[in-house]
Design a protein around this ligand. Structure first.
Ligand SMILES: NC(=O)C1=CN([C@@H]2O[C@H](COP(=O)(O)OP(=O)(O)OC[C@H]3O[C@@H](n4cnc5c(N)ncnc54)[C@H](O)[C@@H]3O)[C@@H](O)[C@H]2O)C=CC1
Ligand SMILES: CC(=O)C(=O)O
Ligand SMILES: [Mg+2]
Length: 543
C-alpha cells in the first residue's frame, strides 16, 4: 500500500508519497522476554486446536486475523484442509446464523437502504480506496442453504475474501467484504434484540433494483479497479442482477458461474472414470439435478459445455440434462414455472407429475445425480442403490451447503454403492476405508475457482467477465490434477495446492480475456505462457 501523507501546510494539492514501512518494534519491556515467531506460530496452532467447537475456532481465528493477519494467513496456507472448513463452509454457516451474537467489531462495509441517494458517500468512507481490487457482495437473502439471514450474511463475504487472500495471494488490503442491508424476512432475526440489521421486512423488488443500479454505478466511480463477485443473492435476484450488470461492469455471480465452473471441472474427471468402467461414450452421459435454483440451473448451463466438447449440438446437450424441483421433474405441460427453469424444462414428457426421486431415476436412467436442493438426506439408500444398479460407477455429487444440508454423507454413499461411487460434495467429508482401500471424497465447491477467476481478472484489468473466461477457469482446474491425484480417482486436486491451481486458472482466464478483447493490461499479451505464469506468481501476496 502506498501511504499518502498531506503535510500541515498543504492545500491538498501537494502530496508526499512514502514507501510502506514495517510496523515499529514495540519498545523493550512491552512484550514478553521471549517471543519467538516460530514458537508463537506453534502457540497459535495449539490455541486453535484446544477449542472443541467449530464456532469457537471461528471466533479465535477472526480475532487472530484482526490482531496478526500474517500469522492468520500463515496458518491458513500451511493447514489448508484443517482451516478452510473453519473460516468457510460448514462453520461459516454457523457464524452467519449467530453473527449478531458473536459480533465483536466491524469488518467490511455495510450499505443500507437508508443510504439510498448517498451510496457513493458511504463507499468513500472505506479506508483503503486506492488499494481496492476485489469485493464480495451479498444481500444475505440466501446464505448457503440456510435461507434469508439478512445482515448476518456478512461472514460469507468475509470468508470468501479470506480464501481469495489465502488461495490466490490477493493483498488483504485489496479486498472489501460488503453486505447490503435491505431488511430481512427472517422472523426470528426480526424478533432478536441483538440483531445487527434493519428491523424491517425486505424492500419490494423495484426498490431493490433502484438501489442496486445506484450501488453498482457508485462502486465503479469510487473503486475504478474493482472486480465484483455477487454472492448468495436469492435465485430471482441472482439471475436478474447478473443479467443487468454483467455487460457494464467486471463482475460474476459465484453461485451461478463459479459453481458451474467447478462442477463442470469435477464432472469432466468423474465422467472419464465412470465411462472407463461402463464403456459408455462420454457423450452418452445423462445428468439429473435435484434442485433448480441459481446453483442447479447455473451448473446445468455450464454442463452443456461438457456435451458440446464431445461434439453434441446445443439442442442435444440440453436434452442430456434433467431438472427436478420441489414439485418433481420439470416438464412443460406441468404448468407455469419460474423463468430460470424454462430452459431445461422437458418437452418430451407429458405424463402425470413425477415426484418420487427413485421413480424419476428409473425413468431418466441418469449416469450422474447432482444435488443443489438444500434437502438433507434426499439421496437416501434406495436412491443410491437405484443409481448403482444402473451404473457400475455412479456419479453422485450432493453439493448443498453446509454439511448438515448435504443430500447425503460420504460414508453413506460409499456403503450403499459398495464402494463404487464417484463422489463430490459442497462441504467437506472425511475419507473412508472400504474393503481395505482408502476412498477420498471430492469437494465440489466454487472455492476452487473463484480465487483464480478473481486474480486473473484483476491482473488483466478486464472490463467484463465473459462466459468463455469462466469456462477456461473450469478447464484449467480439470487439467490441474497430478498423476498421483488421478491414480486415486480424485476428481478435484488436493486443496493444499490451491496457490498453484489458482495461478494456472488465472493464466487461463487472462488468455481467454485477451481472446475476447476485454483485457486492459495489454502488455500481458506479449508474454509467453511461462513468463505470464511467473508474472502471476510474482504478484501473489505472501504472509
Ligand atoms: N457446492 C457449491 O459450490 C455450491 C452449493 N450451493 C448450494 O446449493 C443449494 C441451493 O442453492 P440455490 O440454487 O441458490 O437455492 P434455491 O433455494 O434457489 O434452490 C433450491 C432448489 O431446490 C429445490 N427444492 C427444494 N426442496 C426440494 C425437494 N424437497 N425436492 C426437490 N427439490 C427441492 C427448489 O425447488 C429449488 O429449485 C444451497 O444449499 C447452496 O449452499 C450453492 C452454490 C455453490
Ligand atoms: C458455496 C457457495 O457459494 C454456496 O453454498 O452458496
Ligand atoms: Mg454462495
Amino acid at each position: 500500500m502506498t501511504i499518502v501523507l498531506t503535510p500541515y501546510w498543504s492545500n491538498g494539492v501537494q502530496k508526499l508519497k512514502v514507501a510502506p514501512q514495517p510496523p515499529p518494534k514495540p519498545a523493550r519491556g512491552l512484550t514478553p522476554p521471549v517471543l519467538d515467531e516460530s514458537i508463537h506460530y506453534r502457540r497459535c496452532l495449539a490455541q486453535l486446536r484446544s477449542k472443541d467447537k467449530g464456532i469457537e475456532k471461528y471466533i479465535y481465528l477472526s480475532q487472530l486475523k484482526d490482531a496478526d493477519a500474517n500469522m492468520f494467513y500463515k496458518l491458513c496456507l500451511n493447514h489448508m484442509s484443517e482451516i478452510t472448513p473453519l473460516i468457510y463452509t460448514p462453520t461459516v454457516g454457523d457464524a452467519c446464523q449467530q453473527y449478531s451474537h458473536i459480533y465483536r467489531r466491524p469488518e467490511g462495509l455495510y450499505i443500507s437502504i437508508k443510504d439510498k441517494g448517498n451510496v457513493g458517500k458511504v463507499l468513500r468512507n472505506w479506508p483503503k480506496i486506492d488499494d481496492a481490487r476485489i469485493s464480495v457482495v451479498t444481500d444475505g437473502s440466501r446464505i448457503l442453504g440456510l435461507g434469508d439471514l439478512g445482515v448476518n450474511g456478512m461472514p460469507i463475504s468475509i470468508g470468501k475474501l479470506s480464501l481469495y487472500i489465502a488461495g490466490a495471494g490477493i493483498r488483504p488490503s485489496a479486498t472489501i467484504p460488503i453486505c447490503i442491508d435491505v431488511g430481512t424476512d427472517n422472523k426470528e432475526f426480526l424478533e432478536d434484540p441483538l440483531y445487527l440489521g434493519l428491523r424491517q421486512p425486505r424492500i419490494p423488488q423495484a426498490e431493490m433494483h433502484e438501489l442496486m443500479e445506484e450501488f453498482m454505478h457508485e462502486m465503479s466511480v469510487v473503486f475504478p479497479h474493482l472486480i465484483i463477485q455477487f454472492e448468495d443473492f436469492s435465485t430471482d435476484k441472482a439471475f436478474a442482477f447478473l443479467k443487468a450488470f454483467r455487460d457494464k461492469y467486471p463482475l460474476f455471480n459465484d453461485d451461478i458461474q463459479g459453481t458451474g465452473a467447478v462442477v463442470l471441472s469435477g464432472f469432466l474427471n468423474a465422467a472419464k472414470i465412470s465411462s472407463a468402467a461402463s464403456g459408455r461414450p462420454l457423450k452418452d452421459h445423462k445428468i439429473l439435478f435435484l434442485g433448480a435454483g441459481s446453483a442447479g440451473v447455473g451448473v446445468g448451463m455450464q454442463l452443456m459445455s461438457f456435451f458440446k466438447l464431445q461434439g453434441l449440438s446445443e439442442q442435444e446437450a440440453r436434452e442430456r440434462i434433467y431438472l427436478v424441483d420441489s414439485q418433481g421433474l420439470i416438464f412443460d405441460s406441468r404448468g407455469p414455472m419460474a423463468e430460470h427453469k424454462k430452459f431445461f424444462s422437458r418437452k418430451d414428457y407429458n405424463g402425470p407429475p413425477m415426484k418420487d426421486l427413485v421413480d424419476i431415476i428409473d425413468y431418466v436412467k441418469p449416469t450422474a445425480l447432482l444435488g443443489l436442493s438444500t434437502i438433507k438426506g434426499a439421496f437416501n439408500q434406495p436412491v443410491i442403490e437405484t443409481m448403482s444398479a444402473l451404473n457400475p460407477r455412479p456419479i453422485i455429487f450432493p453439493l448443498s451447503n453446509p454439511v448438515r444440508l448435504s443430500e447425503c454423507e460420504f460414508h453413506e454413499a460409499v456403503e450403499w454403492s459398495k464402494g463404487m461411487v464417484i463422489f463430490a460434495s459442497g462441504s467437506p467429508f472425511p475419507q473412508q476405508e472400504f474393503n481395505g482401500h482408502t476412498l477420498y471424497p471430492g469437494q465440489g465447491n466454487n472455492m476452487y475457482v473463484f480465487p483464480g477467476i478473481g486474480l486473473g481478472s484483476i491482473l488483466a484489468r478486464v472490463s467484463s467477465i465473459t462466459d468463455s473466461m469462466i469456462e477456461a477457469a473450469s478447464l484449467g482446474l480439470a487439467n490441474s490434477l497430478t498423476e498421483e491425484e488421478h491414480s486415486l480417482d480424485l476428481v478435484y486436486p488436493r486443496i493444499e495446492r490451491i496457490r498453484e491451481i489458482s495461478a494456472g486458472i488465472a493464466l487461463a482466464v487472462i488468455r481467454e480475456a485477451q481472446k475476447n478483447g476485454v483485457d486492459r493490461s495489454i502488455d500481458l499479451r506479449k508474454m509467453s505462457d511461462a513468463a505470464l505464469l511467473s508474472f502471476i506468481k510474482s504478484k501473489m501476496w505472501n504472509p
